[in-house]
Each structure stands twice: as C-alpha cells, then as structure tokens.
Design a protein around this ligand. Structure first.
Ligand SMILES: Cc1cc2nc3c(=O)[nH]c(=O)nc-3n(C[C@H](O)[C@H](O)[C@H](O)COP(=O)(O)OP(=O)(O)OC[C@H]3O[C@@H](n4cnc5c(N)ncnc54)[C@H](O)[C@@H]3O)c2cc1C
Length: 603
C-alpha cells in the first residue's frame, strides 16, 4: 500500500468509527439504498401530540403577535444589528429555550413543534432566524444533549431565558468543510485541573454577543501520540480570549454578529468538557443534525414568503393589458414554488419527527432536508425576484434582502456539495457491505457461508421485490405505486454503480450527486405522499386551501418522479468525461482525457 492509500484507509476507518456505532433500527434513507421503503418513519404523517398542540398554538399566536409588532427585517439589515429589545422579547415569548426541559426554564417543546416556530421567524427575517438557530439549535444543543446534570443546572437557566446568549464554534481557517481538521489545541495543565486552549475560530455566528460558546479543540489521546476533538464550554471572560473581529462585514443575514476570535493560553476548567473526552466530532455532528432540521424550517418559512410576494405581484402588476399571472412562464414559476413549498413543509415535519420519535440515526435525513430546502429556497427567491422584475432590484424591496440572505444557506452547516457526497456515501455503505460480504466469502470460503448467504438473499430480495408504499387514499394509489417502482429501480442503479465502479466510486462525485439527488427526491416524495394522504383523509381538510395544496402536491410528485428518472438515466447517459476533461484542462490538472481528445476531434 502506498502512502496515499494508507492515509485513505485511515480516513475510512475514522469515519466508520465516528458514523456507525453498532446495530441500529434501519432509517428511512438508509432503507431506500437497500431497496426498502421503511414506511413507519414517514407514515402516517406526524402530528404534534394533542397535549402539546394547544400549547404550540398559544406560543405561535404569541410569537406572531410579537414579531408583527416588533420585528423590522429591513431595519435590521440596514443597521446590521438585531436590537437587544428584540432579543429580550424573543426570550420572553420562549423562543430562546423552546426545546429545553421545563426544569431548566425551557418550554419542553418537541423538535417538530419548535420547527413550526422557526418557520414563522424564517418567513419574516433571516437574520433573526439564523441568530435564533445559532443560539438555540446549535449554541445550547451540545449542552442539552451531552451536558451532565450539574452542567445543565449551572449553565442552562440563564441561556434558556436569554439572559445569556450562546454560540457554536467549530470553523477555523483549516477546518471549514473539513470539520475534522480542527487545529485549536487543548493541552491538559500539569495538575490536570484545566486545559490550556490555543487557536483561532472564524465565521462564528453570535461569537461577539455570546456569553457561552461551545468550542471544538484538539486534545491528546491518553496513552498515545494521537489527538482527538473535544467540546469545551468557553466564556469570553476567560483570560486569553480575544475577540479579533466582532462583526465581519457580509453580504446577507447582516443583522447577525459573525465573529472571529482567538484563544491564547486560555485556561478552561476540565469540568467544562461537554460529552466524552475525544468525542467532540461526534458531539459536533449530532449538534449540526439538529441545526439542519431547523435550517429546513427557516428556509421553508422564507419560501412561503417568496410565494406570497410572487402571487401578490403576479395578480396586480399589469403588462400587455394582462396581469403577469396570466402568462404561462410566470405560472410555471408559481406552480413550481407552490409544489416545492408543500414538499419543504412535509419534509421538515417528517425529519423533525424522526428526532422526536427517537430514531437513533437521522444524519442522512437531516442532510437531505438541508440540501433540499436550501436549494429550493434559492430557486424560490430567484423566481420571485424574476417575477418582480426591476422592482425587486432596489433596496426598498424585501426580495433584494431575501436574495442576499438566502445565499448563506447552501454554504453554512455543511456545504451542499459536501452533504450531497455524504448522503451518497453513507447510503451506499449498506449495500456495499453486503456486496463485500459476498465477495470476501467467494474468495475466502473458510469464512463460512452464513453471513454471505444473508447478504446475498438481501441483495436478491431487493432486486426482485418492488416495495410497498402504503396509502389510505384510493386516489393516491397510482403515485404510491410509482414511488415503489422508483425505489426498486434506484436500488438496482445503486447496485450497478457499486459493481461497476467498486471502491473508486468513493471519489466519483458526479455519480454520487445523481444517487444522492434521486434519494433526496424519493425522501421528499415519500413525505409529500404521507402529507397528502393525511390531507385527503380529512385530517387537515380546509376547503379551498386543501384543494390548492392537493394540486401543489400532485405537481410536486410528477416533477419529482421526473427528476428521479432523469438522475437514474444520467448514471449511464452523461457527459461526465468531457466535463471533467474540460475542468481538468482549465485547472491545469493531468493530461488530456479520452473525452477531451474526442471533443477536439469534433471541433
Ligand atoms: C455567515 C456565516 C455564519 C457561520 N456561522 C458559523 C457558526 O456559527 N459556527 C461555525 O462553526 N461555523 C460557522 N460558519 C462556517 C460555515 O459552516 C463554513 O463556512 C462552511 O462549513 C464551509 O467552510 P468554508 O467556508 O471554509 O469553505 P470551504 O471548506 O473552503 O469550501 C468552499 C467550497 O468548496 C466546495 N467544497 C468543499 N469541500 C468539498 C468537497 N469535499 N466536495 C465538493 N466540494 C467541496 C463547496 O462548494 C464549498 O462551498 C459560518 C459561515 C458563514 C459564512
């Protein structure tokens, strides 16, 4: 094995240890890759428990009233600041500690209920929703999930009531997408009572307004020369904490305070370690899973505003003696926005409920939700902007701000490219392991045939069986059966990709993008079918609105099925070689590929 191969195997082993911890219930997304439709996780459509619904309705009414009276997103954007009064008010209506247990002063809401609140904030002001997310969804999350009872008692009460604010500090110059590459060091003091932190963090939301920061730093692994990441609770009054840039100037979500800070020989008591020593990366990834769920909720809220603005303008602006809404190319945008919005709402609800219902491993679904909702919001803002024409381009238009604000979503909390690749690789691991079992046994029969037999039967079973997508509504049977067939076809395509490309598929991001894209669409379609089934069963029947929703949902399914088919057919019919060749030559990488030579021959 050469050095690169040794390094690669090491990375694979580390990722395996981090992401796959013993047997767990099969999640929805992983099931898709095995050719299964694990209906229980998506159906029936999740409801907020009746006991919590009235509390949620009350909170929603309170939050809406507060936001209507006090939130001015344009002023926040202009001033590049969220007024303290607004933060105090958000705290008063419970937003800053909504999912924290009541015993610490929180509201004890489920993730699903909290997402409804964040949809409301996201619909109005992205700065405020990102601030809230940074404080609650990721800032205090590690404490909520991994804190000891003593830590929670000490730190949580002022945080959930907004007396103190929180931030989550993972990113550094060398650790952006490559989150595991944290360079900040934490060395134990000689007497073992403290860790001494040295390093710099950048792009940290709330850094300069937070009183408590969850900071990721590298600690020595006892008894070896290795290091591993550990999470620490840090306060800015610790000696050696230095704010280098409290508010980095930026294009959007300008109200948020995005900061850069240094820690120089900063002592942190060992009692401030969150979660197990050396398991900080697991802590960080789990926290980000929660963040991605509320990210989905915020994008959903913003997409709803885009649709409303687009409809208002399309119904009032007249050109060529017609309203804009009379033109099919405008209708095309509005229909698609409504369809995507229905799916975004459904996917957010189902994903949040996975957390509430205790599925141990929801990392693929939260990644799918993040990529899907952020991409769709970007399209929605762009479409609404286009419908508004020149009037959207000026600073008094909410769409001008929304366009700038929406751009961060595809980059933050894991860029969409990294997450797309992650979805494909984690998903393909399941069938890949089964193939490996069969392959290893064929070449080493002394291993015994038991496991290989099971793996072989699983592969064979998935190949012959079209999974059932159970629906109650007769009128949904056709869509349900189409989705079942697509899951079956998807599984065949994944198997074919694994057999054709084997291990190199781990580097083939264009293949991964199609596989992840199809999987995301299938998850979205399953959520839409689940929601529509509930709508049709009368659970959410609401006159005209229900009819409009139904058309939007049906359009989504048609468009989504079309996209799935395209992803799958492009696995074998594509211009990847030419594309990579062109990119390589511009990047100055490698020699001319076969595709390049062919292209040159054509020109
Ligand atoms: C406004 C704002 C607020 C933020 N708030 C926080 C916060 O509160 N806490 C925190 O810890 N961090 C925060 N971040 C950091 C954010 O999470 C990172 O910016 C993000 O993870 C990307 O890292 P990077 O910017 O270093 O980009 P890079 O890692 O340099 O990546 C740049 C681009 O390269 C591409 N790319 C990278 N890797 C791959 C790959 N493997 N495959 C294909 N393409 C790839 C992607 O298109 C990516 O967008 C914030 C960032 C911003 C801009």
């Amino acid at each position: 094995m050469n050095e690169a191969e040794i390094q690669r195997q090491k990375e694979i082993k580390e990722a395996e240890e981090l992401l796959f911890t013993g047997p767990q219930a099969l999640g929805f997304a992983k099931g898709l890759f095995l050719g299964r439709f694990v209906a229980d996780w998506a159906m029936p459509y999740p409801r907020v428990p009746a006991a919590q619904q009235s509390e949620l309705d009350k909170s929603l009414a309170e939050v809406r009233e507060f936001l209507d009276q006090n939130l001015d997103p344009a002023a926040i954007d202009r001033a590049a600041d969220i007024p303290r009064d607004l933060i105090d008010g958000l705290a008063r209506v419970g937003v800053l500690g909504m999912t924290a247990p009541k015993e610490y002063g929180g509201r004890g809401f489920s993730q699903r209920a909290y997402c409804k609140i964040l949809e409301e904030i996201g619909a109005r002001c992205a700065s405020t929703s990102v601030f809230t997310n940074a404080h609650h969804s990721i800032g205090i999350r590690a404490l909520l999930l991994f804190g000891t009872r003593e830590q929670k008692q000490k730190w949580l009460p002022p945080l959930v009531t907004g007396q103190q604010l929180a931030a989550f500090a993972l990113t550094e110059k060398e650790a952006g997408s490559d989150a595991a590459n944290v360079q900040t060091r934490a060395e134990p003091s000689p007497d073992g009572s403290h860790y001494i932190l040295n390093g710099e963090k950048r792009y940290i939301t709330n850094a300069s307004i937070a009183q408590v920061l969850t900071v990721m730093a590298r600690t020595p692994v006892p008894g070896s020369d290795k290091t591993a990441i550990t999470a620490f609770l840090v306060t800015p009054d610790m000696p050696g904490f230095e704010m280098l840039e409290p508010r980095m100037e930026k294009v959007g979500i300008r109200g948020t305070a995005t900061g850069r800070f240094a820690m120089r020989d900063m002592p942190v008591p060992k009692e401030n370690i969150l979660g197990p020593l050396g398991k900080g990366l697991k802590v960080a990834l789990t926290v980000l899973d929660f963040g991605r769920t509320t990210f989905g909720a915020c994008c959903t809220g913003a997409a709803r505003t885009c649709l409303r603005l687009a409809v208002e303008h399309a119904n009032t602006r007249r050109q060529f003696k017609k309203t804009l809404g009379d033109f099919d190319l405008v209708k095309k945008k509005i229909g698609r926005m409504a369809a995507d919005l229905y799916a975004m709402e459904a996917m957010t609800a189902v994903t949040a409920s996975l957390i509430d219902r205790g599925l141990e491993d929801y990392m693929m679904e939260t990644a799918m939700l993040k990529v899907f909702t952020t991409d769709r919001l970007w399209e929605a803002v762009n479409d609404a902007f286009q419908i508004h024409g020149g009037s959207a381009y000026f600073n008094d238009s909410p769409l001008e701000r929304m366009l700038r604000d929406a751009r961060i979503n595809q980059i933050g909390e894991g860029s969409n490219e990294v997450l797309t690749s992650f979805i494909a690789l984690v998903g393909m691991r399941g069938p890949g392991m089964e193939f490996k079992e069969i392959h290893d046994t064929m070449f080493n029969p002394s291993r015994g045939l038991g496991k290989a037999w099971t793996a072989g039967m699983n592969r064979l079973g998935a190949a012959v069986k079209i999974p059932n997508v159970p629906v109650k509504s007769e009128s949904l049977r056709s869509q349900a059966s189409q989705l079942g067939r697509l899951v079956w076809r998807f599984n065949l395509s994944v198997n074919r990709a694994l057999i054709t490309y084997r291990e190199p598929v781990m580097d083939m991001q264009l293949v991964q993008e199609r596989i992840a894209g199809a999987a995301m669409e299938m998850f979205a379609s399953a959520c839409v079918i689940s929601r529509l089934d509930a709508d049709l069963q009368g659970v959410e029947r609401n006159g005209e609105a229900a009819a409009g929703n139904r058309r939007a949902a049906e359009l989504f399914l048609r468009q989504s099925f079309h996209r799935i088919r395209r992803f799958l057919s492009e696995l074998t019919d594509n211009e990847d070689e030419a594309l990579l060749g062109a990119a390589n030559s511009v990047l100055g990488k490698g020699k001319s590929s076969k595709a390049e030579t062919e292209l040159a021959g054509v020109s």
